[in-house]
Design a protein around this ligand. Structure first.
Ligand code: C6P
Length: 412
């Protein structure tokens, strides 16, 4: 049973030196570290239960099937889905959104329709919709991000104007991976529903960082990745409302998802099998279930509160650095556990390389947000992203590292 005072002890990877300094891992927006219980779940599966699922009647196959389907039920509980059949295992957020954009988009979009996204979408929730619009003859539009005087939020007045009955789908991120903005997802779903639009939430940056209830949000589809929430890479989830999933044609076909096949044709199983052709990623699904156990045992409200405290502390400490431009919500405004910033005249890649010398892992670049970067007049930012095992002391190390960099570049 994990407890807050011992949380760092649960993550083996944190206890190492990098370049002769204690590792300060602040790249959780890219991927989180894994607790021992998740690593153990993987090892246990491969050492004792490894088998294919849904196909065999022998003991190991039944154990693997129970583990895999148990993980589906566990994930359903994690996001309060009404039915485990609404949980489709994918490779990650990107695949989940692509499945909806292709399956749902192909079936429902036509010329004259509008596909709506926002100006802060990760490429994974932007490009698939551009493609779906192009393929169907629909028009792609986006809700702009407010300008430099109110960075971080979406232009809600523009949203009111854009949400017309022509909008068939509204795809938006719950939390921006670059700005740290937390979007009012339940309100967006309510407004979209009022014009008959289907909603697709990119929950990559939110699901592991606080409570999430798909029924309370009222969304139609929601996608996330296991690796950003203490789970393994290569596994993710597409949640879809049962009534919608059962009407969708599969995006991929093959073994495991068919009821009956002749040389001429095939019929499909219902969701979720319909969307899981081929041998699934059994081990990682089971380990994702273990990650859900871990996060729930720590308390998801507490994780959100911890993230928020670290983000505000980082904002206060970083904002006094000379020449810094912090992107996203202002000091004191709600923001998720990440801070993106830029220094005039110093490239983000140089900052990340220097910080690595101090043992600090950051991310620098456009964060798969090229249109947003252009909108902000930047080519890249440096991003520090926090998680449940990070501390204020680590933020002090980050700030000291930034001071060293500024001195080197002669800007402080
Ligand atoms: N963002 C980051 O460093 P995948 O790669 O499929 O697991 O997740 C894609 C994705 C989708 N939406 C959002 C909001 C995301 O942040 C990400 C992944 C990483 O910010 C890698 S670019």
């Amino acid at each position: 049973m994990p407890t807050w005072p011992n949380v760092r002890a649960d993550f083996p990877v944190l206890h190492q030196q990098v370049n002769g300094k204690p590792l300060v891992y602040l790249d959780n927006g890219a991927t989180s570290q894994k607790p021992r219980s998740v690593i153990d779940a993987l090892v246990h599966y491969y050492e004792r239960d490894n088998s294919n699922v849904h196909r065999g009647l022998h003991t190991l196959s039944m154990r693997a099937t129970d583990g895999y389907e148990g993980a589906r039920t566990r994930v359903a509980r994690f996001i309060n889905a009404a039915d485990p059949a609404e949980i489709i295992f994918t490779r990650g957020t990107t695949e989940g959104i692509n499945v909806v954009a292709r399956s749902w988009g192909h079936a429902h979009l036509k010329p004259g329709d509008i596909v709506l996204a926002t100006g802060m979408e990760h490429h994974s929730n932007l490009v698939p919709w551009q493609q779906a619009a192009r393929a169907s003859g629909a028009t792609f539009k986006f809700v702009p991000v407010l300008g430099a005087d109110a960075e971080g939020g979406l232009d809600l007045a523009a949203l009111d104007q854009l949400l017309t009955p022509q909008v068939k789908v509204f795809a938006f991120t719950h939390i921006s991976n670059t700005l740290g903005t937390i979007n009012p997802a339940a309100e967006f779903c309510r407004r979209a529903r009022a014009v008959g639009a289907v909603t697709v939430i990119d929950a990559a940056q939110s699901v592991g960082h606080g409570p999430l209830d798909v029924q309370a949000l009222g969304c139609d589809f929601l996608a996330f990745s296991g690796h950003k929430m203490c789970g393994p890479t290569g596994i993710g989830v597409l949640y879809g409302r049962r009534a919608l999933l059962d009407k969708l044609a599969p995006d991929e076909t093959g073994g495991g998802m068919v009821v009956s096949v002749t040389y001429e044709a095939a019929t499909w199983k219902p969701a979720p099998e319909r969307f899981e052709a081929g041998t699934p990623n059994v081990a990682d699904a089971i380990a994702l279930g273990a990650a859900c156990d871990y996060l729930d045992a720590l308390g998801r409200d507490q994780i959100a509160a911890h993230d928020a405290l670290l983000a505000q502390y980082a904002m206060e400490q970083l904002s006094v650095l000379p020449g810094i431009r912090i992107i996203g919500p202002r000091v004191g405004a709600p923001r998720s556990g990440l801070v993106s910033f830029a220094f005039e005249g110093v490239h983000a890649h140089d900052i990340v390389t220097f910080a690595d010398e101090d043992g600090v892992a950051l991310r620098g670049g456009h964060h798969c947000n090229q249109p947003l970067m252009r909108h902000l007049g930047l080519t890249s930012t440096t991003r520090a992203s926090f998680y449940l095992y990070n501390t204020e002391q680590e933020i002090d190390v980050l700030v000291a590292s930034m001071r060293r960099i500024l001195k080197f570049f002669g800007t402080a």
